[in-house]
Design a protein around this ligand. Structure first.
Ligand SMILES: Nc1ncnc2c1ncn2[C@@H]1O[C@H](COP(=O)(O)OP(=O)(O)OP(=O)(O)O)[C@@H](O)[C@H]1O
Ligand SMILES: [Mg+2]
Length: 288
């Protein structure tokens, strides 16, 4: 396990070595709020890291950021320090449990689109500096379609849409996919069904969304997997310790581990046409 100092040294070292990795950007989002995005993002990031990948989790929920609270690691600096131009991207990267790198969102920041062009350029340029130093950047967004979430979704290579089996969560997940599609963006989506009683419920939920998306939007939305409903998640949240550390053998963590394995397996066969350079270009285009 890396301690904080080791992890930071490692990061600074990789910064000096220059770009070596292909950095992939994934956005995690949902239609309805409270479906488990932040817990999924955090533990999915931990699962990828446990498999030897370097991951940075970026709390892109600017109004109600809480990844640092889930980790029990108070963030000294956050996204707002970067957006205000007070700190560089390297200075706002914090190190959480097991050396997981994260950027805290900060709270109460209104809206990215209210930033001036100069501030936005600085933001995009600073994110661009991460290219080559990480295997994955995961953006954990707020629920629903705020303007900045639309930008993250349309700029990222892939979006994981989290839903629960609740009808309201299903319809909101579909509405989100439909809206992005209706805006003419070519986003690529995969589904994670959280809080399932069993695999059957997971399949039913996913099929529901897949069938409607196929019929009305002519879109294929593959399923990445299911996470069982498990009281360990709530217990881990109360302990402010990631599930992957507090309950590594819990049903929910095993579900997330299966998703990580599947994700990596399919990742290798994906083309990198929507690579990091593409991400930067799309960010700039969308914001200009
Ligand atoms: N697999 C699960 N089993 C049981 N409870 C869960 C599970 N996943 C999430 N929860 C519960 O749902 C709560 C909300 O989770 P989380 O904060 O990750 O949702 P969110 O989608 O990020 O919310 P928001 O939309 O506010 O950002 C957790 O505190 C936990 O109590
Ligand atoms: Mg959240």
């Amino acid at each position: 396990m890396l301690d904080q100092a080791q992890a930071l040294r490692h990061l600074v070292h990789s910064k000096d070595e220059g770009s070596a990795k292909t950095t992939r950007v994934i956005t995690v989002t949902s239609g309805k709020g409270g479906v488990g995005k932040s817990n999924f993002s955090l533990n999915f990031a931990m699962a990828l890291q446990n498999r030897g990948y370097s991951v940075l989790i970026f709390d892109a929920d600017i109004s109600f950021a809480n990844i640092d609270i889930l980790m029990g690691t108070p963030a000294k600096y956050n996204l707002i320090h970067l957006l205000k131009g007070e700190k560089s991207i390297w200075e706002i990267i914090q190190v959480g449990p097991s050396g997981l790198q994260f950027i805290a969102g900060g709270s109460g920041f209104q809206d990215l689109v209210q930033l001036s062009d100069r501030e936005l350029d600085y933001f995009a340029e600073q994110i661009g500096k991460l290219h080559g130093h990480l295997d994955f950047i995961l953006f954990d967004t707020g629920a629903g379609l705020s303007k900045e979430t639309v930008k993250f979704i349309t700029a990222a290579e892939e979006t994981i849409v989290v839903t629960t089996p609740e009808p309201t969560s299903i319809t909101d997940a579909y509405a989100l996919i439909k809206m992005i599609n209706g805006m003419g963006h070519s986003a690529s989506f995969r589904l994670v069904v959280n809080r399932v009683v069993d695999d059957r419920e997971g399949h039913q939920t996913a099929d529901n969304i897949r069938q409607v998306a196929s019929k009305y939007l002519n879109m294929d939305i593959p399923v990445l997997g299911f996470v069982p409903d498990d009281t360990s998640v709530t217990k881990a949240v109360r302990r402010q310790t990631p599930l992957s550390i507090a309950f590594p053998n819990s049903e929910a963590m095993r579900g997330i581990d299966r998703i990580a394995s599947r994700f990596l397996l399919e990742e290798r066969s994906l083309s990198s046409s929507r690579g990091f350079t593409g991400f930067m270009q799309r960010m700039k285009r969308l914001w200009s």
